[in-house]
Design a protein around this ligand. Structure first.
Ligand code: GLN
Length: 483
C-alpha cells in the first residue's frame, strides 16, 4: 500500500478498498522496519490506531472529508496536545504540549491519522538535519548523505514511503531544500497562508508551515486542510482559500516563466544547470514562454537573512529559560545560575551561535548597522520579486546548489552550510510561495526544480507543478531498498 500517493490512498479509503486501520498498521510496520533513517522522534502507535478506528467509522457513515483515514505525520515543531513536542532540542525533550497547533487541530478535524512526530534540525536551524538532539536524519537515496534540513525527517519519511505525506516548516528553505535532496514535492505557502499558532517560533516574520508529499496533487489536498485565516495568529491572512485541486489541470499554454539571470550565473554547478534547463524545456513543450528577469539584490539575501533570522530567534528563544517549561539544570544556586546552566545545557551549538549573533545584532549601538540595514535589504529583495512578477507568472530556478552532500561535510564551517540556502532564502524574505518539484538526478541523487509564484498564488504553483508531473516521472521514483 505504501507505493500509493496520498491522493490514491484517499480515493481507496473513500471507495472502501481498504480500511484506515489496515493502512495505518501497514505504515506503522514499515516505520519499524526503517528506523535506521532516524526520521521519527516519536511514533504514536496507539493514538494512530485509535484515530484509524474512528476514521473507519466516519468513512462507513459517509460524507467523510477527503483526508479521513489518511496516515501522515508532523514535523516535531507543531505542538501536539499530550504528546512530546521537542523541536529537535534537548531543551524540550521533556515538553508535553498542553494544546494543539491550529494545523494539527485542522488535520484532526479532517480525520487524518498522525503516525507521530518527525525529526528536524534543532529549533529548525540547519540545512542538513545534522543539528537535531536526536541525531542526523539519513537520506534514503544515498548512504551517508544528508536528508537536508530542517524538515529532514519529513522529507526522508515521505521519500522512503513511511508516510503518505507530512507537514514541514520553511523559514529559509526548510521545506524546499530537504524535499529537493530527497526527491519529493515540497510547498512553502505565502507567509500568512497557514496559521503559525502552536508552531514553535524560530523567526516569526519568516516561518511558514507547508506540505511535503510525493506529488503536487497530494500537496493540494494537504494545503486545502491546512490553509486559512486563524484568529489565534495575528499574522495569518484574511483571505479566502481557493479549491487547490480544481485548477491542477489548467493548460500552461502561454504561461510566462521568468528565469532570474542571477540564479543562472557562473556559480551554478554545470550539472545542475543542465538538469534545470531540461526541466524548463518540458515547460516550453507545454507552451510556456521563457523570459529572462533580473533581481539584482538576490546576492544580498544570505547576509540579510543571517542577521534577521538570528535576531528574531534570539528574542523567541528567550522564553526557554528553565523556569516555565523545558530543561532545567540540577540544583541552581540562584536565578542567574538557573538561566545560564539550563540554557547552556539545553541548547546545541548551532542554536547558541544564532542566539549570540542575534543578540549582538539587536544590541544598542549595532541595531542600526546590522538589523535595520538587513531590513532595508529585505525590502529591496521583495521589490525585485514584485517587479519581476509584474512581467511573468512564475519564476523558476534550482532549489539547491548541489544534490545531497555527505554527512559531516559542511558541519565544520557554518558559512559553507548557510550557502546551501542560496536559492531558497530570498523567497522567505519576500514572503512569497514556492515549491520544490523532483526534476532529475545527479550521480543517482535527486534534485529539485524551484517554482516561485506571486502572493497567495499557490493554486497556480500547484497547477504548474502538477502539469510537469504529468509529463515526467521523477516524482514516482523510489529509493532502492524502499520500493
Ligand atoms: N537553513 C536555514 C536556517 O538554518 C533555513 C532553516 C529553515 O527554513 N527553518 O536558518
Amino acid at each position: 500500500m505504501h507505493t500509493k500517493t496520498l491522493t490514491e490512498i484517499s480515493r481507496g479509503l473513500q471507495a472502501g478498498d481498504y480500511s484506515s486501520q489496515e493502512l495505518t498498521e501497514s505504515y506503522l510496520k514499515r516505520i519499524k522496519q526503517h528506523t535506521a533513517l532516524n526520521s521519527f522522534i516519536t511514533v504514536t502507535e496507539d493514538l494512530a490506531i485509535a484515530q484509524a478506528k474512528q476514521a473507519d467509522a466516519m468513512l462507513a457513515a459517509g460524507n467523510a472529508p477527503v483526508l479521513t483515514g489518511v496516515p501522515i505525520a508532523h514535523k516535531d515543531i507543531f505542538c501536539t496536545q499530550g504528546i512530546k513536542t521537542s523541536c529537535g532540542s534537548k531543551m524540550l525533550d521533556n515538553f508535553i504540549a498542553p494544546y494543539n497547533a491550529t494545523v494539527i487541530e485542522k488535520f484532526n478535524q479532517a480525520g487524518a491519522i498522525s503516525l507521530g512526530k518527525l525529526n528536524m534540525d534543532e529549533f529548525a536551524m540547519g540545512s542538513s538535519n545534522e543539528t537535531s538532539f536526536y541525531g542526523t536524519v539519513y537520506n534514503p537515496w544515498a548512504e551517508n548523505t544528508v536528508a537536508g534540513g530542517s524538515s529532514g525527517g519529513s522529507a526522508a519519511a515521505v521519500a522512503a514511503r513511511l508516510i503518505s505525506g507530512a507537514t514541514g516548516t520553511d523559514t529559509g528553505g526548510s521545506i524546499r531544500q530537504p524535499a529537493a535532496l530527497c526527491g519529493i514535492t515540497g510547498l512553502k505557502p505565502t507567509y500568512g497562508r497557514v496559521s503559525r499558532f502552536g508552531m514553535i517560533a524560530y523567526a516569526s516574520s519568516l516561518d511558514q508551515g507547508g506540505t511535503m508529499t510525493q506529488t503536487a496533487a497530494d500537496s493540494a489536498l494537504m494545503l486545502q486542510t491546512m490553509a486559512g485565516f486563524d484568529t489565534k495568529d495575528s499574522t495569518s491572512a484574511e483571505q479566502d482559500v481557493p479549491d487547490y485541486s480544481a485548477n491542477l489541470n489548467n493548460s500552461l499554454q502561454g504561461l510566462k516563466i521568468g528565469l532570474p539571470k542571477e540564479f543562472f550565473d557562473d556559480s551554478l554547478n554545470a550539472e545542475m544547470a543542465t538538469a534545470i534547463e531540461t526541466a524548463i524545456n518540458e515547460y516550453k513543450k507545454m507552451g510556456a514562454e521563457i523570459i529572462e528577469v533580473s533581481m539584482p539584490n538576490l546576492k544580498l539575501a544570505i547576509p540579510a537573512y543571517y542577521v534577521i533570522a538570528p535576531a528574531e530567534c534570539s528574542a523567541n528563544l528567550s522564553r526557554m529559560d528553565g523556569v516555565r517549561f523545558g530543561h532545567r539544570c540540577d540544583n541552581p544556586e540562584d536565578l542567574n545560575d538557573l538561566y545560564i546552566r539550563s540554557r547552556g545545557e539545553g541548547f546545541g551549538t548551532e542554536v547558541k551561535r544564532r542566539i549570540l549573533v542575534g543578540t549582538y545584532a539587536l544590541s544598542a549601538g549595532y541595531y542600526d548597522a546590522y538589523y535595520i540595514k538587513a531590513q532595508k535589504i529585505r525590502r529591496l529583495i521583495s521589490n525585485d520579486f514584485t517587479e519581476a512578477l509584474k512581467t511573468v507568472d512564475v519564476i523558476m530556478g534550482p532549489v539547491t546548489p548541489t544534490p545531497a552532500f555527505g554527512i559531516g561535510e559542511k558541519t565544520k564551517d557554518p558559512i559553507e552550510m548557510y550557502l546551501a540556502d542560496i536559492y531558497t532564502i530570498a523567497v522567505n524574505l519576500a514572503g512569497l510561495p514556492a515549491m520544490s518539484v523532483p526534476a532529475g538526478f545527479i550521480d543517482n541523487k535527486p534534485i529539485g526544480l524551484q517554482i516561485i509564484g506571486n502572493y497567495f498564488d499557490e493554486a497556480k504553483l500547484l497547477n504548474v507543478a502538477h502539469q510537469y508531473q504529468q509529463v515526467t516521472d521523477w516524482h514516482q521514483q523510489t529509493p532502492q531498498g524502499f520500493e
